[in-house]
Write a protein that binds this ligand. Structure first.
Ligand SMILES: [Fe+2]
Ligand SMILES: [Fe+2]
Length: 200
């Protein structure tokens, strides 16, 4: 497995899996393996690097089970300041802390891989292929069973942009129903995808 010219061998992958097992509950660990497989599959369809996609998928939720204290330790250590929307949405923290964790603690310095993890919850406008692959793989991994998962699975095989629009629409509707704030990156991602569809 190659990342920026460096060989990522199966021993390192096994070490990452052991680390994940120690950090995550069983369900989240299985989810990470499923997202890794799905990200690799989507990367092959969309033309992203399948090795980076697998690695990003494997590690994307590495801080998902971290305590509040661990999150704040990571934010403090790496000078990360949360916006008001982020402060009020703990679900978003693990993408921010996870990107910092893989960069600084696992020494993964491939920006593409780190930024795919960084934006896997909110998405953002004009995502790279790898960002888009990870964002979508998190919706369609084999362990997912929400109501619209079959629609999403058909869409990811049909069209990356249609799948992105559906996923963003689904996320925004869910947040609106809960009366929750919508992260500006998610709004930008939605607007960018809608306008791209209209060829503007
Ligand atoms: Fe996540
Ligand atoms: Fe996830």
């Amino acid at each position: 497995m190659l990342i920026d010219g460096e060989f990522i061998n199966s021993k390192i992958i096994d070490e990452y899996k052991s680390l994940l097992m120690s950090r995550l509950d069983e369900k989240r660990y299985r989810h990470s393996l499923c997202v890794a497989d799905e990200a690799k599959r989507l990367a092959e369809i969309y033309g992203a690097d399948p090795c980076k996609a697998y690695l990003a998928g494997l590690l994307h939720d590495i801080t998902k089970n971290a305590t509040k204290e661990e999150h704040f330790c990571i934010f403090d250590a790496f000078g990360i300041t949360l916006s008001d929307v982020e402060k009020n949405a703990q679900k978003l923290w693990h993408a921010i802390s996870g990107a910092a964790y893989v960069k600084h603690f696992l020494n993964i310095d491939d920006e593409e891989t780190v930024s795919a993890i960084r934006y896997h919850t909110t998405a953002r406008a004009d995502m790279t292929k790898l960002q888009s692959v990870l964002y979508l793989a998190d919706f369609t991994s084999a362990d997912r069973d929400y109501e619209d998962v079959d629609v999403m699975r058909k869409l990811v095989d049909k069209s990356e942009d249609e799948a992105l629009l559906y996923a963003l629409d689904y996320t925004i509707k869910e947040l609106l129903e809960k009366g929750a704030a919508i992260h500006p990156d998610t709004v930008s991602a939605y607007n960018f995808t809608v306008l791209k569809g209209k060829n503007l």
